[in-house]
Design a protein around this ligand. Sequence first.
Ligand code: UDP
Length: 313
Amino acid sequence: MDKRILITGGAGFLGSHLCELFLEKGYEVICIDNLITGNLNNISHLFGQERFKFIKHDVTNFIYVEGKLDYILHFASPASPIDYLNFPIQTLKVGSLGTHKALGLAKEKNATFLLASTSEIYGDPLVNPQSEEYWGNVNPVGPRGVYDEAKRFAEAMTMAYHRYHGVDTRIVRIFNTYGPRMRPFDGRVVPTFINQVLDGEDLTVFGDGLQTRSFCYVKDLIEGIYSLLLSKEINPVNIGNPEERTVIDFARLILELMNSDRKVIFKPLPVDDPKVRRPDITRAREILGWNPAIGIEEGLMATIEYFRRMREK
Ligand code: UDP
């Protein structure tokens, strides 16, 4: 094995799991991150390995890498609603300029390029579940627009590099994912609820809690991304777990799994919060033979355990 892979955003939640996976498979891994939302703790256990290299760099600037590259995975971006509200300009820049730089590098190195896109490109969807054919319902000027539009632009740029420059590309549309290495206070619902219970607080449900999400455990997601990379599929592919539930049911499930008698309290719904979200994964099933395998209870128990352990450190 002499494959070399570059992972932008490699110190983040998903990026760090990808670094680990490709090291396990024998690849040489170059991880780039500017650490605005990524964290070295996610990859510190990899530093001793000879085939692992970390470069602190903002990929909106020219990316220089010596030697060959077989694959580039572009995962750099703030990715939780509060992160992209805190870093709106960086979010737009990394999705646009950063994608352009990463694609330019893929072209130069003749590498296969994989873009981390998102279910957010469907916006507040008018159809449920969302298949890849659906064009979405996005508010360009709302607070989430910085992320949604950056990722939509990134998809368009990826297809342009494929069509015009012949770069071998993949686009994964990632739906809500959870698991170890999420930041406890990134504002997303899974770490928020778990850490509220650990802090002895009530769970903050936004709106009436009847909005739905479908949660995929990180291990399943990473395996789906790996299959997509090794496939020949140029069109976008949804990867996520189609098991859909309301946010309020999800809050109750967390309380039950954590044996907690805390309550649910209601807070205002954030602007443009999607009312439904559920991936149609027919394409992933048919083309990749991929299916999520880890149920919500098993995945949540592992995630709860992770947050508990983090507090003991
Ligand atoms: N949410 C909630 N309480 C929280 C955090 C989030 O009720 O403390 C809701 C949020 O309004 C959304 C859902 O949970 O409807 C998922 O939110 P998250 O930020 O995890 O990701 P999103 O799917 O909105 O990108």
